[in-house]
Design a protein around this ligand. Sequence first.
Ligand code: ADP
Length: 309
Amino acid sequence: RVVVVGSLNVDSTAYVRSFPAPGETITAHGLRVALGGKGTNQAVAAHRFGADVELLARVGDDANARLARDTLAGFGLATDGLGIEPDAPTGVALITVADSGENTVIVASGANERMSPAVVAGARERVADAGAVLTQGELPVATIERIAEVAREAGTRFVLNLAPPVEVSPDTLAAADPLVVNEHEARAVGIEPGDAIDGWLAAASAAVERGLAQSVVVTLGAAGAVAAERSDADGRVTAWTQPAPEVTPVDTTGAGDGFTGTLAAALAAGHPLVDAVRLATAAGALAVQQRGTVDSYADRDAVVAAADA
Ligand code: ADP
C-alpha cells in the first residue's frame, strides 16, 4: 500500500494563438479541464502500477471537488481521503499554452494550503501499515516535515519528491529514501552536476555520501535518471545511471509525476531501488507518448513490458 499525501488541483488549460496583453480579452481556440496536482497525479500513477493507494488531499465544497472525486473514482481510486474544507476553494491551476509552445501557469492552491500537520498526525495508523508514504513540495512545509516524522516513527519508507523545491529542514531531506528531484530541483538542494551524465552520477553519489538523503534519484528527461543509495550490507554508496527508452515525445506534462508515482508503488511492492528506477523510467517514457497528465499513465503490464524491452 502507498499513502500519498499531496496536492489536488483542477487544471484548466486554454490554448491561445499568443498570450493576452494586460487589459486585453482574447478567445482561446481550445480548452481542456483535467484533474491535476502533483500528489494526485502521482497517486493515479501508483494506482495504475497496481498499488493499493490512499490519497490524502484537501478539497473545497464545490463543483471542482465533485469533478475530482468523479475522475478519481473513474480510475478506481478511493476518495474517502479527500477532506473537505468548506471555506476554501478546490485548488486550481490556470494554464495558457500559446501556439509557440510556451505556457504560463497560475496555481491558486486554495484548499491545499489547509493540509495541516494535524491532518497528517491523524493518519499515523494508515502510514504505519503502508509500504511507502509519498509526498511533494506542493504542501505547507510544516506538513511535509510532519510526514517525515510520522514515517520515521512508523518505520515506513518516506519518498520525497521535492517539486517544487521548497525549503524543508535537513532532517526531512535526510529521511528521504529516496529524494526524487529533476535537474532544476536537484540544483536547488545543492546536488550540483559537473558535466553531462557522469557529473550527475558523481553529484548523486556525493549527496548520499554526505547524508543529504538516504538515497537520491535525479530524473534527466530523455536521458533517463541517475540514482545513488547506501548499501545495507556494507554501508558503501553505489550510484548508477538508468537510460530512458528512446521514444518520440508527444506531451511531456506529467512525466515526472508518472515516474515518481510508479517508483513509490514499485518500492512499496518490495522492489529494490534499482528495479524501481528502471520501472519508473519506463513509465515516464510511456507517459510522454500520450497527451494529458493522469490520462497519459500506462498500466502495470505496459510499464513492465517497456522496462524489459
Ligand atoms: P520533470 O517533468 O519532472 O522535469 P523529467 O523531464 O526529468 O521530469 O522526466 C521524468 C521522466 O520521464 C524521465 O526520467 C524519463 O523516464 C521520462 N521522460 C521524460 N522525457 C522523456 C523523453 N523525451 N523520452 C523518454 N523519456 C522521457
